[in-house]
Ligand binder design. Structure first.
Ligand SMILES: [Zn+2]
Length: 157
């Protein structure tokens, strides 16, 4: 019989790329997220990590291709389980629990709820979901973009 597990928080399914390491001064390994919740995440990578080992995770936020830069948000977590997946034994599914739960914030443009770590920040005060951020960054006119940012800032201060 299949066990039904009640999750404490809803999961955000994503294919977001992340990079992970068990040594922040060492090299990072690429991985791809399967799902993220406010307490932890599950991802797949080609590197095994022992249960309870400490991991530093950087979530790579999607930015417009034209901007030429990448943004990162950091997570600190412990490995809960690490299992080989697939047939060749070179891939692992890893579940981690953050050392600190994520908090939710609202997108200041469309009002949808996003994880703080998933939100794009403007001037440290405005939070935007990826959709709104990409839409704003892709506006053809710098003047319009600046006006919207000013408008949002005025609403907050
Ligand atoms: Zn939004």
């Amino acid at each position: 019989m299949e066990m039904i597990q009640k999750r404490q928080s809803s999961r955000w399914h994503t294919k977001a790329p992340i990079i992970i390491t068990d040594n922040p001064d060492g090299c990072y390994h690429g991985a791809s997220v399967v799902n993220i919740s406010s307490e932890g995440m599950y991802f797949e990578t080609d590197q095994a990590f022992a249960p309870e080992s400490e991991l530093w995770i950087k979530l790579i936020l999607s930015l417009p291709e034209t901007s030429g830069s990448q943004a990162y948000n950091d997570f600190h977590a412990h490995v809960k389980h690490c299992r080989p997946i697939g047939s060749n034994g070179h891939k692992f599914g890893i579940g981690v629990q953050y050392t600190r739960a994520l908090r939710m914030v609202r997108c200041d443009l469309c009002n949808c709820k996003v994880y703080h770590e998933q939100a794009h920040k403007v001037e440290d005060m405005i939070h935007m979901c990826s959709d709104c951020y990409i839409r704003l960054e892709n506006l053809p006119d710098d003047q319009i973009r600046a006006s919207i940012e000013d408008y949002l800032m005025c609403n907050i201060i």
